[in-house]
Design a binder for this molecule. Structure first.
Ligand code: GLV
Ligand code: MN
Ligand code: MN
Length: 419
């Protein structure tokens, strides 16, 4: 690699040490559990702010819980900031890399830039709040709020599995859900945004390429399906006189899988990730089952069609089994094409550093997907070992993260230099 390899902030050991500091902020148990709008997520934001402060960079946390610091330009200032960052919340028993890599790289970029080449534009470093949809169904809440896609009324509708609304969870954390409109970003104040993230797939690993440049981010339609049968005695009730909600759900789950598997030449991914059975006892035929469905696609028409087909299949199964069904849409995020300009800057940055780069799409959602509605925006990936993510087994080597952070820094300089 070029001279960037000698920048202290980009040293693999430094990046790893910071990753470990964030990873320590977790509920007990395997992996990292730091759910959206919890005390731990707020502690991670406080750590981000204090690491920025160590670099002499002031930051603030907005009404939505996003934390943002800014480094002023130091040569021939131009308007329009260049931003970078990612999220600090995790899924339950997730990994130490999803989101955090982008925040740690943002800190490394901040350190390298404050002692580096002249910059013409403000550089902003962002830790987004509540990116994971794991708690409230809807993903990318902090970035959706700054993009004006989610407002105060929506926060009172979204609930977690205990019935706590997102608004209540935010208030509990000292945030201001009723004032989230004040967190909106003005696109005129920005030039471009670029996020570093782990791939969460196997393309880079299989091709032995250290850098991915994302062209498209999949959309996600999220459903909650509720099947209501009749709870009754497992011994007393004959097999031909049952309305078993779990047996119906089992068929629905397999139908979801079949729908996605049948879509061979496209990027349709359909997953039932959570399922609850009531009353949930060995001697009771399940009377009620609620499960979630996550439909991901890189084409919005196919995404909507697949979500519609899931609902139809569930209704067909329920009717045949004499079970009532309700299908509710929890969230719907369309796929986006990211900026070609930012992608070109990232590819040029990788080339300048002697790092091969591959263009690929993202199956996962990202904050930059929302930010791309406001300004040219792009995502750079580093490899994920075995493609594992949303799992304690999530892993990228410190060298891989460092290579990604170096590409991020160089991309920022290239965007900074644009008209
Ligand atoms: C965010 O990690 C997602 O669910 O894609
Ligand atoms: Mn992520
Ligand atoms: Mn994630």
């Amino acid at each position: 690699m070029s001279t960037l390899a000698t920048v202290p902030a980009l040293q693999p050991a430094r990046l790893e040490e910071t990753l470990l500091r964030f990873a320590a902020l977790s509920e007990p148990g395997p992996g990292v559990s730091r759910l959206a709008y919890t005390r731990l997520e707020r502690q991670a934001h406080d750590l981000f702010a204090s690491l920025l402060a160590d670099l002499g960079i002031a930051s603030y946390t907005d009404a939505a819980g996003n934390t943002i610091g800014e480094l002023a330009p130091d040569a021939e200032p131009r308007p329009g900031a260049i931003g970078t960052g990612s999220h600090l919340d995790s899924v339950p028993h997730g990994g130490a890399y999803d989101g955090t890599v982008g925040v740690v790289a943002a800190l490394a970029v901040a350190a390298a830039a404050s002692a580096g080449r002249p910059r013409h534009r403000p550089w902003r470093f962002v830790a987004f709040a509540a990116e994971e949809g794991a708690r409230f169904g809807q993903a990318c809440n902090g970035s959706r709020i700054v993009a004006g896609l989610t407002g105060a009324a929506d926060l009172r509708q979204l609930t977690d599995r205990t019935g706590t609304t997102m608004a209540a969870a935010m208030t509990e954390c000292g945030l201001a859900p009723e004032r989230v409109e004040t967190a909106r970003w003005d696109p005129r104040d920005w030039r471009a945004f670029v996020e570093l993230h782990v791939e969460q797939g196997t393309v880079l690993e299989h091709r032995r390429v250290p850098v991915g440049v994302v062209d498209t981010v999949s959309g996600s339609t999220r459903l909650r399906v509720c099947l209501t049968g009749v709870a009754s005695h497992t011994g007393g009730t004959p097999m031909d006189n049952r309305r078993d909600a779990l047996a119906a759900a089992a068929e629905c789950v397999l139908d979801c899988e079949r729908l996605a598997v049948a879509a061979t030449d496209v990027n349709t991914r359909i997953t039932v990730g959570a399922l609850t059975v009531e009353p949930g006892a060995i001697t009771i035929i399940p009377g009620r089952v609620v499960f979630t469905v996550d439909v991901r696609e890189t084409d919005y028409g196919r995404q909507r069609a697949a979500a519609h087909a899931v609902g139809q299949r569930c209704r067909t199964v329920a009717a045949r089994r004499g079970v009532d069904v309700e299908v509710e849409e929890l969230a719907d995020t369309p796929p986006v094409s990211l900026s070609r300009e930012v992608a070109a800057a990232a590819r040029a940055a990788a080339t300048a550093l002697g790092l091969p780069a591959e263009v690929l799409s993202s199956g996962a959602s990202h904050d930059t997907q929302q930010i791309s509605r406001l300004m040219p925006a792009g995502i750079v990936f580093v490899p994920s070992r075995g493609g594992l993510s949303h799992s304690p087994g999530e892993f990228s080597t410190a060298d891989q993260v460092a290579a990604g952070a170096a590409v991020l820094l160089e991309t920022m300089y290239r965007l900074d230099a644009t008209a």
